[in-house]
Design a protein around this ligand. Structure first.
Ligand code: URA
Length: 423
């Protein structure tokens, strides 16, 4: 088979055959298809899309590119959550220990930052000593002992996605229903979870900007999960403004710890509890302890501390702080009616919280603190945002990203936090 024929077929709007899909995923994983060829194919998929049969086969080929974990026989049901990625989306951090504290086992295979959205592993790696690599036999042990593990998909799990994910990040080919669905679902099926809750983000800061595209992505992923025997539910949730008040790796860990301590911003708490309840329901644990109680009574925090320590991290170590800060003040007095998630995400990324190239390192302390959220009243000249960076030369471009990102006293067209449930 010839990769150029496959690229051209998709470029011209054709439907790829199962044989072509199997071949190209396998050849790319083995290194027989060049990065630029795969980038071209990805771009053709972004423009031309894929049929339901193509997406199912693409996902299956990625799944078959590696191993599939099996956590049956743990003594507690496995359940997991995956977000399509948002700005300030640190929900995995409080959610995983909260759900484990309610009795489920949570095998969380997470990713690194993609585009302007942060990655859970980048966030956790800001905790001194914490390591993302956990071999499968240790995952099983941690699921039994702690009830949770948050780690990178090992090189044996969906290796095709590992390479594709990094390539898409730097070639403008993230925003595509089939590519996102295949990427997420191949990893989630490989991870061996029995139940799955998908948090499909909608809005300016999400890969899917409008509810119709997000609904299509959710439906595609729920169908793939269900067809593969995993109880799968999706929630469409708002990503028009950042989640919580901090965006950036260590900044978000600090905010997650506030939630685990029973405080934290109301939107982060509400989404953590809502997704936690869905995860327990999907796992068939209807009468289980409520995640809200686990956050209140300290059991989620206890599990967090054990989870971090079990992966080499020191839960008491001070988190890294960026060397420099710059305050952005409110230009007028009034009610903040818009604070654009995408602009804040790009600003955080330019400050060093994300990567420009796949081999870049992220700056753990970089990011943005939000002193006001839509709905809050502010006075002219008071701090609206604080920018954090190790290198002050990063401030001008970050500030540029924020031009026009906020509005006062305009129409209140905020999305509800939870927009729709798709099962
Ligand atoms: N998250 C993933 O795991 N893959 C994508 O393609 C986008 C978000």
């Amino acid at each position: 088979m010839d990769v150029i024929d496959i690229i051209v077929a998709k470029r011209d709007g054709g439907e790829l055959t199962p044989g072509q899909i199997d071949w190209v995923i396998d050849a790319y994983t083995r290194g027989d298809v060049a990065e630029e060829q795969m980038a071209a194919l990805n771009m053709a998929i972004v423009w031309r899309g894929m049929s339901r049969a193509e997406v199912a086969r693409w996902t299956d080929a990625m799944l078959r590119s590696g191993d599939r974990l099996d956590f049956t026989g743990l003594g507690r049901p496995t359940t997991d959550k995956h977000s399509t990625g948002g700005v300030g989306d640190k929900i995995t951090l409080p959610l995983t220990p909260a759900v484990a504290a309610c009795g489920a086992a949570v095998p969380q295979l997470s990713g690194r930052g993609l585009g302007h959205t942060g990655g859970t592993l980048d966030k956790l790696e800001s905790i001194p000593g914490w390591r993302a690599e956990v071999p499968p036999e240790e995952m099983r042990r941690l699921l039994g002992e702690v009830g949770a593990v948050v780690c990178a998909a090992g090189s044996g799990l969906a290796p095709a996605d590992r390479r594709l994910y990094a390539l898409r990040d730097v070639t403008g080919t993230v925003e595509s229903v089939p590519l996102i669905a295949g990427s997420i679902m191949s990893k989630k099926l490989a991870e061996g979870t029995g139940a799955l809750v998908l948090d499909v983000k909608v809005g300016s800061g999400a890969f899917m900007k409008d509810p119709a595209a997000a609904r299509e992505l959710a439906r595609t992923m729920v169908d793939i999960g269900t067809d593969n025997g995993v109880r799968t539910v999706a929630l469409l949730t708002a990503m028009d403004t950042p989640l919580g008040r901090r965006v950036g790796n260590a900044l978000e860990v600090a905010e997650a710890v506030e939630v685990l301590a029973g405080g934290g911003p109301p939107d982060v708490v509400e989404l953590t509890v809502t997704l936690g309840r869905e995860m327990l329901l999907a796992a068939g644990m209807d009468g289980a302890k409520d995640p809200a109680d686990a956050l209140r009574d300290g059991s989620a925090m206890d599990t967090w501390r054990r989870l971090i320590a079990a992966q080499g991290g020191d839960p008491d170590a001070p988190l890294p702080v960026a060397a420099e800060t710059l305050e952005v003040t409110a230009p007028v007095s009034g009610t903040l009616t818009r604070l654009d998630a995408h602009a804040v995400g790009v600003a955080a990324w330019r400050l060093g919280a994300g990567r420009a190239r796949k081999e870049d390192r992220v700056s753990p302390g970089a990011g943005v603190t939000l002193h006001a959220k839509p709905g809050d009243t502010v006075r002219a000249g008071t701090p609206l945002l604080t920018l954090h960076a190790d290198d002050p030369a990063r401030f001008p471009r970050a500030a540029e990203a924020l031009e026009g990102a906020y509005a006062f006293d305009g129409p209140d067209d905020r999305l509800p936090l939870v927009i729709e449930r798709i099962a």
